[in-house]
Ligand binder design. Structure first.
Ligand code: GFB
Length: 314
């Protein structure tokens, strides 16, 4: 990529896409193309065809997806499968037809088997059954990796894929039913402190282990891959360390300074027991995460507080 290359960031308002745009801006890439979902519905084959034939981007970051936490995945399985298949099929195929030089596809660590050995290596893909709460989403993301690799093999394209662990950061979704655990807990502890509540409800047993990567680290890894990797493999991206949901809740309680107790609602699903990525393949080609969990959560909490400030009326 050079600084004048035309770069399309699909999903630029989301957690991942907005971080990629920030990083591209900071690195001096000045020819970015974006569309909101109201301007361009990426599930619409004709609309995506027209967009690519007019804009003709050189590079594509495919960060547009239907995403959500355990409850959203479990409640809207058809949307998670159909929307994601449609978005990635349209963007990848039009990238091929319009001569895109390189594309980065973003997947998820839930592509791996529910009970995969830990830490999870890339070659554990498709070796066993998936976690049921997010199987439709995982199948769409697996199809995305395979689509990139198939176009590379058949047509000589350069479509590469990164599989991030659970992400968090600015522009995350803080809706309590649809969000992932980390933004949900920031909001729950904050509101509990503000309202003088004595307890905060944590879904499940608190024992599942998860790994959390700040989205600015993912954006950094995405640019690194675009600029430095040209093969047909896909790569895990994470921090290489995990934490139980209970310990995550205690950490967020401390950062938000809530003094009450945790209450576990075991009627809610735990999901997969552990999901720690083996990140050695990415480390070997020269990239590592930099943002620590406490530092990342504190910054995200500051961002969240900034969003709550009332808009001043002149
Ligand atoms: O982040 P999360 O929704 O998704 O939940 P997954 C992680 C764990 O936190 C689960 C627990 O064990 C939840 O039961 N948890 C506790 C909570 N309190 C809460 C809460 O208030 N909200 C939420 N959301 N969880 C997703 C997949 O799985 O991970 C997606 O469904 C995707 O497909 C994403 O791969 C990265 O880590 O279980």
């Amino acid at each position: 990529m050079n600084k004048q290359s035309k770069i399309y960031v699909a999903g630029h308002r989301g957690l991942v896409g907005s971080a990629i745009v920030r990083h591209l801006d900071q690195a001096g890439f000045s020819n970015l193309v974006t569309r909101t979902s109201a301007e361009l519905d990426l599930r619409d084959q004709n609309a995506v065809r027209d967009f690519f034939s007019i804009e003709k981007p050189d590079f594509v970051f495919l960060a547009a997806a239907k995403v959500g936490g355990i409850m959203a995945n479990n409640t809207y399985p058809a949307d998670f499968l159909y929307d994601n298949l449609a978005i990635q099929n349209n963007v990848i195929h039009q990238s091929y037809l319009n001569g895109v030089k390189k594309l980065l596809f973003l997947g998820s660590s839930c592509i791996y088997p529910k009970l995969a050995p830990q830490p999870i290596r890339e070659d554990y893909l498709l070796t066993d059954l998936l976690e049921s709460t997010n199987e439709p989403y995982a199948i769409a993301k697996i199809a995305g990796i395979k689509l990139c690799q198939a176009y590379n093999r058949q047509y000589g394209t350069q479509y590469i894929s990164l599989m991030p662990t659970n992400l968090y950061g600015p522009n995350d979704n803080f809706d309590l039913q649809k969000s992932h655990v980390l933004p949900a807990l920031i909001r729950k502890f904050h509101e509990a402190r503000e309202n003088g509540a004595e307890t905060v409800e944590i879904w499940g047993t608190g024992s599942p282990l998860r790994e959390f990567l700040h989205v600015d680290d993912l954006a950094d890894a995405s640019l690194f891959m675009m600029e430095n990797y040209n093969g047909n493999d896909f790569f895990n991206v994470g921090v290489g360390k995990d934490i139980s949901i209970k310990d995550l809740a205690l950490l967020i309680r401390d950062i938000v300074d809530f003094r009450g107790e945790l209450v576990f609602d075991i009627s809610k699903p735990d999901g997969t027991p552990r999901k720690l990525l083996d990140v050695s393949k990415l480390t070997e080609i020269g990239w590592q995460a930099k943002i620590g969990l406490r530092e990342g959560i504190s910054a995200t909490y500051e961002w969240y507080l900034g969003q709550l400030k009332p808009v001043s009326v002149l």
